[in-house]
Design a protein around this ligand. Structure first.
Ligand SMILES: Nc1nc2c(ncn2[C@@H]2O[C@H](COP(=O)(O)OP(=O)(O)O)[C@@H](O)[C@H]2O)c(=O)[nH]1
Ligand SMILES: [Mg+2]
Length: 335
């Protein structure tokens, strides 16, 4: 486990938000296995669970294996305070935690109130930017004032900016404001053990039993798995929350392997071989010659790269190749 303050380059930040007592801190403990001893850490970098990484490492006899990472932030202050909202600007995706445990739970209303907070926070920054832009333009309509006006209208109509049909040009005038409703959201239903996601929450809502998972967070991992199994937790919350966040962020995973290390990387879905190379190293993008590619499944089926090469299963792809989930990727480059 790795604690770091400040932004970690190339690590996506996922912020846990919600009304007080929805279980954000409990979920944070469940996900990161920290904070359970009354610690005050509110951010932690965790490995993205992916069994392919170890399997690849064993297959190719790498000295070590390295998982992709994400950082969870237990955002203090809630979404109704200016301080709480300000700390969300840097975050890549929001997990909105709603309370589904207890007899008085009203998760749909909770979600609506958090959503309203986020829309209002955006309306405030868009309006202040719009006034400044109008002053600069001395009353004339410019691309910038028009884009900000469109954003204002959408927010007033309670439409999150990511659903407002804004053009790429309009978005260039908004990105520097880091609007919260432009970020992807995942709704997490924090439920009583044994229960299901209640009706009234959006499709794609992730159900977790945060309390029981937080309770086992500092147990021996094998004991924890056995206990969770008894409760019927087949997929840990970490896996579910990360998978949903990756989908919301539109990310896919590709893999690299060498004698030294086998490793998972994340890249936006639709990225080319050249962009994927750039996430490994800028030199690899600059000096890109070609990529040798095979899917992890095909590789695992024949038991290793040597066998795969022998059978002609490793493809040669150029810089415009669109990377697929689970590609094992080797970049030839020269600088
Ligand atoms: N029964 C039950 N209690 C929970 C669950 N999750 C959190 N709690 C309790 O609800 C209270 C608030 O949780 P906390 O994580 O501090 O909420 P936060 O204010 O959103 O950070 C604490 O007393 C938790 O122990 C749950 O899934 N089931
Ligand atoms: Mg808390």
């Amino acid at each position: 486990m790795d604690f770091r303050l400040g932004r970690v380059p190339d690590v996506k930040d996922i912020g846990l938000v919600g009304v007080p007592n929805s279980g954000k801190s409990t979920l944070f403990t469940a996900l990161t296995h920290t904070g359970s001893h009354g610690g005050r850490a509110n951010q932690a970098v965790v490995e993205v669970p992916d069994p392919r990484v170890r399997a690849l490492s064993e297959m190719e006899r790498s000295k070590k294996h390295v998982h992709a990472q994400v950082r969870f932030v237990d955002v203090p202050g809630g979404t109704s305070s200016a301080q709480g909202v300000a700390s969300l600007r840097e975050i890549d995706a929001l997990c909105i935690v709603v309370r589904c445990f207890g007899p008085d739970a009203t998760p749909a209303e909770e979600l609506a109130s958090v959503r309203a907070d986020l829309l209002l926070a955006d309306l405030a920054i868009v309006d202040s930017a719009r006034e400044k832009a109008q002053k600069r333009a001395r009353g004339k309509a410019t691309d910038e004032t028009a884009a900000l006006q469109r954003a204002h209208d959408a927010l007033l109509a309670e439409t999150p900016l990511r659903d407002a049909g804004l053009t790429a040009d309009e978005l260039t005038h908004l990105r520097s404001l880091a609007p919260l409703t432009l970020k992807p959201w995942v709704v997490v239903a924090n439920m009583e053990e044994g229960s299901d996601v209640p009706p009234g929450l959006p499709e794609g809502t992730v159900g977790v039993w945060a309390a029981i998972e937080a309770e086992v967070a500092d147990m021996d991992p094998d004991e924890a798995v056995a206990l969770l199994d008894e409760f019927g937790v087949d997929e840990p919350g970490l896996q579910k929350v990360i998978a949903a966040s990756y989908r919301a962020l539109d990310l896919i995973t590709f893999l690299t392997t060498s004698e030294n290390e086998s490793r998972a990387w994340e890249v936006r879905s639709g990225a080319t071989a050249s962009e994927a190379a750039g996430t490994i190293h800028t030199d690899m993008k600059r000096g890109f010659i070609r990529a040798e590619v095979i899917s992890f499944e095909d590789l695992a089926a024949v038991g290793g790269l040597d066998a795969a090469k022998h059978k002609g299963l490793v493809r040669v792809e150029g810089k415009d190749y669109v990377v697929r989930e689970g590609d094992v990727f080797h970049v030839r480059f020269a600088v």
